[in-house]
Design a protein around this ligand. Structure first.
Ligand SMILES: Cc1cc2nc3c(=O)[nH]c(=O)nc-3n(C[C@H](O)[C@H](O)[C@H](O)COP(=O)(O)OP(=O)(O)OC[C@H]3O[C@@H](n4cnc5c(N)ncnc54)[C@H](O)[C@@H]3O)c2cc1C
Length: 600
């Protein structure tokens, strides 16, 4: 049975020391986030995740969700009780606005809790995770009446939310949506169509489910310019706010799938269901993007979460399992064999995992802080800057974070050797659960194209220039610190590769768009390396300063410097190779005619 302990100390290090949110106390929401409160939320949130949700991970995977003939869905044993505790403790309210019953705390704290919950049990965490995304869209685009009717109960966790984009013929390309919305005399709409792969589409955890559904009005323009967003409750809401008549939306089936078995992935049938327009007609995609952007960051955190829990179990096993002898001579001669952690190849996998998870935690929490600053920073320029950086980093957090998160989960399974392949040991579940994070919320190839095709050129490259400047500044400052000079040089070089790759795209992708498509994945990974390098420099500077100030937890801070050094030596060189792949362009990749791939 795998184990999990929330990395509370590391999250506190990043939030309170590296990002230093205490210095932002003058901003809305930050005053309440005192160091003591941050420590308590992380401690208690970590305890809830580890003690209530983690024990249900393996059993939930094995039991899965079950759909009855009437379309109702039962979650695995223990989920209902755990969810009731989640609601009772108010965990869903952390970063939600006080006006609707939230605690109004910064998102950066909410992100840390999301990671803990998802490491403990990704399937469980998805139920409130999707609600969060739906709440975000209603907060920005919902009418005041919709906000009053739905938000308090969704934020408390009494009701949950979903997002309904995908249809059988329509995945990435949302312009292909066919679900229809017919205007009704009372101002509502009759929604008809089939949505597939809807996470948490039906379940027994909440008394109502609020679906956000993309559909087309009768006179809508073709393609993505003709999509509107509708709110479709499972139970229509009575005047007193209680769930009333059952709406014409049902779960037709649940998918049997590779992982996240305890989260119901549903086919949802809308048979003239009553829906309400959210925001403006034909502007549904923009509204849904609010939800999708939040969800993309959330999925990046899921990638990290599976890497973290797999790393914890990989490291624990490497300390216990005895095979062979250290190359330099027996480490524990009185034992029949040394623990496998003495072998450099096992260390390679563990250090890769440690350098990624700690760097990625810093990057995703910085993303959470940027989400806060985009709304709460004092000046317009700072808000714009935060928004630009967040927009640029979102596909990187999602795409790079989940590609690497999956790699780490697989490597930690490798540390377990054959025992990692055995179901009851739990390592293979982390690999299976991590796999979906590379696919949903926009497959990673699409994230890479979002980065290269939309985020780079937006506003004449304003965001990428900001990013380059932030990395250059950090490299210059860190270069003056002897313990960080080597890392600063290596991150600076990787940033140089990123600049060169950017220039190459500018010169070679306008006339030949396939060059952008052929290099997008590589570009996203170079940027992931540089972004993590930036985080390691910031963490290194904080650790060095803490050591100089005589901090008592010397081992913790010294490990940061050592892991940062490893990151510099082992991650940053890939940036050069990736750039050379990118600069190879699309020619050989696209040379063969499509028929050459036909095997029959
Ligand atoms: C378990 C699970 C849960 C899900 N939950 C939800 C949910 O809650 N709500 C919801 O609406 N959907 C959900 N989805 C759907 C998910 O978001 C889609 O599967 C995903 O967006 C990809 O769409 P697709 O599967 O149709 O793949 P396709 O769009 O057919 O893509 C296939 C491949 O082609 C690539 N590709 C496609 N277009 C391009 C392009 N323009 N440029 C480059 N590459 C491209 C993709 O990267 C991918 O590798 C879920 C899916 C699963 C499996």
């Amino acid at each position: 049975m795998p184990s999990y302990k929330a990395p509370v100390r590391d999250a506190r290090f990043i939030i309170s020391e590296v990002l230093d949110i205490g210095s932002l106390a003058a901003l809305p929401g930050f005053a309440a986030a005192t160091p003591d409160l941050v420590a308590t939320v992380l401690e208690e949130g970590g305890k809830f995740a580890a003690e209530v949700c983690a024990p249900l991970n393996l059993s939930g995977d094995q039991a899965g969700c079950v759909r009855a003939a009437d379309g109702s869905v039962t979650t695995p044993p223990g989920f209902k009780e755990a969810y009731a505790q989640f609601v009772e403790a108010g965990w869903g309210t952390l970063s939600q606005p006080e006006a609707f019953g939230g605690q109004g705390l910064p998102h950066v704290l909410g992100f840390a809790f999301e990671e803990f919950l998802s490491s403990a049990n990704q399937s469980f965490a998805m139920y409130p995770g999707l609600t969060n995304g739906a709440v975000g869209a209603i907060l920005v685009k919902g009418s005041p009446e919709q906000q009053q009717t739905y938000l308090p109960k969704m934020i408390s966790g009494e009701w949950s939310g979903t997002m309904n984009l995908t249809e059988p013929q329509c995945g990435t390309d949302l312009g292909l949506i066919r679900t229809k919305a017919e205007p009704q005399a009372d101002g509502s709409y009759a929604i008809t169509g089939t949505k597939i792969f809807i996470s948490a589409g039906e379940h027994d955890l909440t008394s109502n489910i609020i679906h956000l559904v993309l559909a087309r009005l009768p006179d809508a323009p073709e393609g993505t310019r003709g999509i509107s967003l509708f709110l479709v409750p499972k139970f229509l809401v009575n005047a007193d706010g209680s769930p009333g008549e059952r709406n014409a939306v049902t779960c037709g089936a649940i998918e049997h799938k590779m992982g996240i078995h305890a989260n119901a992935t549903c086919v949802m049938n809308y048979d003239g269901a009553t829906g309400y327009l959210v925001g403006e007609a034909n502007k549904g995609l923009a509204a849904m993007f609010i939800m999708m952007n939040a969800a993309r960051l959330g999925v990046g955190v899921q990638g990290l979460s599976q890497a973290e829990v797999a790393y914890q179990n990989g490291a624990a096993y490497a300390l216990e399992r005895r095979q062979g002898r250290a190359l330099a001579g027996a480490a524990e001669p009185d034992q029949a064999a040394d623990p496998i952690i003495v072998h450099p190849d096992v260390r390679r996998m563990l250090m890769d995992a440690k350098a990624f998870t700690e760097g990625m935690r810093a990057l995703s929490l910085w993303g959470g802080l940027l989400a806060d600053l985009a709304h709460a920073a004092a000046g317009e320029a700072e808000r714009q800057e935060a928004d630009d950086l967040l927009g640029l980093l979102t596909p990187v957090i999602k795409g790079y974070g989940t590609d690497k998160g999956y790699d780490v989960a697989t490597n930690m399974q490798q540390v377990w050797g054959g025992h990692g392949f055995i179901v009851e040991n739990g390592m293979e579940q982390f690999v299976r659960d991590a796999r979906i994070t590379m696919i949903y919320e926009g497959a990673n190839g699409v994230q890479a194209m979002d980065l290269v095709g939309r985020k780079l050129p937006a506003n004449m490259g304003r965001a990428i220039q900001l990013f380059f400047a932030a990395v250059d500044k950090e490299c210059t400052e860190a270069a003056a610190e002897p313990r960080l000079a080597d890392l600063a040089g290596r991150v600076g070089k990787a940033n140089g590769e990123l600049k060169a790759a950017t220039m190459w795209l500018m010169q070679n992708a306008m006339a030949k768009p396939d060059n952008a498509g052929a290099g997008a994945h590589h570009y996203m990974h170079i940027m992931g390396i540089v972004a993590l390098g930036l985080m390691w420099l910031r963490m290194g500077r904080t650790a060095a300063a803490a050591l100089d100030a005589g901090a008592s937890e010397r081992a913790f801070y010294e490990a940061k410097l050592a892991t940062g050094r490893y990151f510099g030596e082992r991650f940053t060189p890939d940036a050069g190779a990736l750039r050379r792949k990118l600069e190879a362009g699309a020619e050989a990749m696209m040379a063969l005619p499509a028929e050459a791939f036909a095997t029959a």
